[in-house]
Design a protein around this ligand. Structure first.
Ligand SMILES: NC(=O)c1ccc[n+]([C@@H]2O[C@H](COP(=O)([O-])OP(=O)(O)OC[C@H]3O[C@@H](n4cnc5c(N)ncnc54)[C@H](O)[C@@H]3O)[C@@H](O)[C@H]2O)c1
Ligand SMILES: O=C(O)[C@H](O)CO
Length: 323
């Protein structure tokens, strides 16, 4: 039997590529830059399998140019770049990589929280700039102990963040579309969206980007937060109205923001929000550790090969495709 024709966007570990090469003939785009749409569509014209990436829009137009495509996999838990209905209409299973990145992403988010609260990155700038004249003229932070953390979108990663916060002596509120026994058993209290915003000292956003969550955080939402609130977004940039966040930070309606995701990505280096001293931004590095990225790549390859061999994927988003 011949090899499966596949297209891979992004870099996979060498041994994972070797694994794919055993069974597949591969066209690979390993550049961090976005692949030109025309190139991608021409590569997909005879492909059976596709490893996509977050910066590729997978929609009906793309699928119409890929008549032989039978499976799509992606190394991420979020799949807001993919039109799942369009995949369903072609009975194409789409595989993502949940859970394997929980700990790494929760570490990064907790790192953002501690770094903001304790002014860690500012402290280093201070030292580099020669401003550290005595032990008394230092940037002051705030305690986490006995403060309230509100998690909006309390799923796999949110729960791992909650465990870290509890170790620091924080109280946890959460809001999801509905209350969950598993979250309550973790000693986290369910509240309405508005109450979480009103009552929390720190707010972490971890909802998937969807039509319901696009610009979930606008002017009104920042207005109802405490003036001392720290706002942390690690979900997707488009969940937040960046201009409203900028105004809230400038007008001191909230104290501080830390973002691992922006809208657009990358954020323009001359964006005015970068000039503020009450913001910390990292370049979408939630899952970016060697070990975790390897596990994500491994699950992606398993998903793809399962699909090509007409077996059930270990992690399929549109499971009803198998009904
Ligand atoms: N910064 C990063 O590198 C990074 C890494 C991993 C995941 N993410 C993002 O984080 C998101 C969450 O990941 P996860 O693995 O915890 O997913 P998950 O599906 O386990 O959790 C998401 C939670 O959000 C809730 N939710 C969905 N829509 C909601 C709404 N409208 N209002 C309130 N709650 C809602 C769900 O009920 C669920 O509990 C991903 O979708 C992805 O966008 C970012
Ligand atoms: O959704 C995810 O898994 C992260 O954002 C990494 O892309």
């Amino acid at each position: 039997m011949g090899k499966y024709k596949i297209v891979v966007i992004g870099q996979l570990n060498k041994d994972l590529m070797n694994q794919l090469e055993q069974k597949c003939e591969i066209k690979v785009w390993s550049s961090p830059q976005k692949i030109p749409r025309d190139t991608l569509l021409s590569w997909l014209s005879d492909a059976e399998g596709f490893i996509s990436r977050g910066d590729v829009v997978v929609n009906g137009e793309l699928l119409s140019k890929a008549p032989k495509l039978r499976v799509i996999a992606q190394a991420s838990v979020g799949y807001d770049n993919v039109d799942i209905d369009a995949c369903m209409s072609r009975s194409i299973p789409f595989g993502n990589t949940p859970e394997v990145l929980n700990e790494a992403t929760a570490d990064l988010i907790y790192g953002l929280l501690i770094s903001s609260a304790r002014r860690i990155h500012e402290g280093f700038e201070y030292v580099k700039d020669g401003k550290w004249e005595s032990p008394f003229n230092i940037p002051m932070g705030v305690d986490l102990y006995e403060k309230t953390l509100g998690i909006i979108g309390m799923g796999n990663i949110g729960r791992r963040v909650a465990v870290r916060a509890q170790a620091s002596g924080m109280n946890i509120l959460y809001h999801n579309r509905k209350e969950s026994v598993a979250n309550n058993e973790l000693n986290c209290k369910y509240e309405t969206f508005e109450n979480v915003l009103k009552q929390s000292d720190f707010i972490i956003v971890l909802v998937p980007l969807s039509n319901q969550t696009k610009k979930l955080f606008k002017k009104t939402e920042f207005e109802i937060m405490k003036q001392t609130a720290y706002f942390i977004n690690a979900s997707r940039g488009a969940v937040v109205d960046t201009n409203a966040l900028y105004q809230a930070l400038v007008n001191k309606e909230i104290a501080y923001a830390a973002l691992d995701v922006t809208d657009p990505e990358p954020i323009q280096s001359d964006h005015p929000i970068l000039k503020l001293n009450n913001i910390l931004i990292t370049p979408h590095i939630g899952s970016a550790t060697t070990e975790t990225r390897y596990k994500m790549g491994q699950l992606t390859v398993e998903n793809l090969l399962a699909g090509l061999e007409s077996k059930k994927m270990p992690s399929c988003v549109n499971k009803t495709v198998y009904n």
